[in-house]
Write a protein that binds this ligand. Structure first.
Ligand SMILES: Nc1ncnc2c1ncn2[C@@H]1O[C@H](COP(=O)(O)OP(=O)(O)O)[C@@H](O)[C@H]1O
Ligand SMILES: [Mg+2]
Length: 156
C-alpha cells in the first residue's frame, strides 16, 4: 500500500520478473526470480496470477480467448474443457456468457472482472493485484473489492 508513484506497480513487476531491480532480490519458494530467466522463470510464473493496474488485456482477442490464455497451452486439455473452465471463472467474477465480446465493448468494471478471471483460471497459489480499483467509480470499486475477497475464499 502507498500513495500514487511510491512504486507499487514497479514492485509487482519486479516480483513477477517483468523488470529487473537495480539492487536486491526476490525469492519465491526458494527460487530467485531476479536472477532467473527462460523456462525456470516460466515455471515459477505458473503459480503466480497477476492482475495488472491497466488490465493488460489483449485487444486482438475476444474475452474468451483472453481468459483462456494461461490454460490454452496446457497439453491434454480439450477445447471443450477449456471452454467449460472459462465459463466457470467468468461465473466466479459474476460475468455472464460474454466470451465472444471484444475488449473495447466492455466497461471499466467488466474489464477488471475479465482481468481477474484471466489471472485465476490456472489456479495460481499466489495472486497479485495491482491497484485493482484504480480508475473505477466508488460503487464499482466496492464491488471489485468484495469480489476479490469472495474469490479469495473460494480459491483457498
Ligand atoms: N522500470 C523502472 N525502473 C525504475 N523506476 C521506474 C520504472 N518504472 C517506473 N519507475 C518509477 O517508479 C515510480 C512510480 O512507480 P509506480 O510503481 O508506477 O507507482 P505506483 O505506486 O503508483 O504504482 C516513478 O517514479 C517511476 O518513474
Ligand atoms: Mg501503480
Amino acid at each position: 500500500m502507498g500513495p500514487s508513484g511510491c512504486g507499487k506497480s514497479v514492485l509487482l513487476k519486479i516480483v513477477t520478473g517483468l523488470i529487473a531491480p537495480d539492487e536486491g532480490e526476490v525469492v519465491i519458494d526458494g527460487e530467485n526470480v531476479t536472477r532467473t530467466k527462460g523456462r525456470t522463470l516460466d515455471a515459477i510464473r505458473e503459480h503466480v496470477g497477476m492482475i495488472f493496474q491497466g488490465n493488460a488485456l489483449f485487444d486482438s482477442m475476444d474475452v474468451g480467448d483472453n481468459v483462456a490464455f494461461a490454460i490454452k497451452t496446457i497439453k491434454g486439455m480439450t477445447p471443450e474443457e477449456i471452454g467449460r473452465r472459462v465459463t466457470e471463472v467468468l461465473n466466479m467474477v459474476k460475468l455472464g456468457a460474454i466470451e465472444t465480446k471484444r475488449i473495447w465493448e466492455l466497461s471499466g468494471g467488466m474489464k477488471k472482472r475479465v482481468s481477474i478471471a484471466r489471472a485465476i483460471i490456472a489456479n495460481p497459489r499466489i495472486l497479485l493485484t495491482d491497484d485493482p480499483t484504480a480508475g473505477l467509480d466508488p460503487v464499482t470499486s466496492a464491488a471489485i473489492t468484495d469480489l476479490l475477497a469472495a474469490d479469495q475464499k473460494e480459491i483457498q
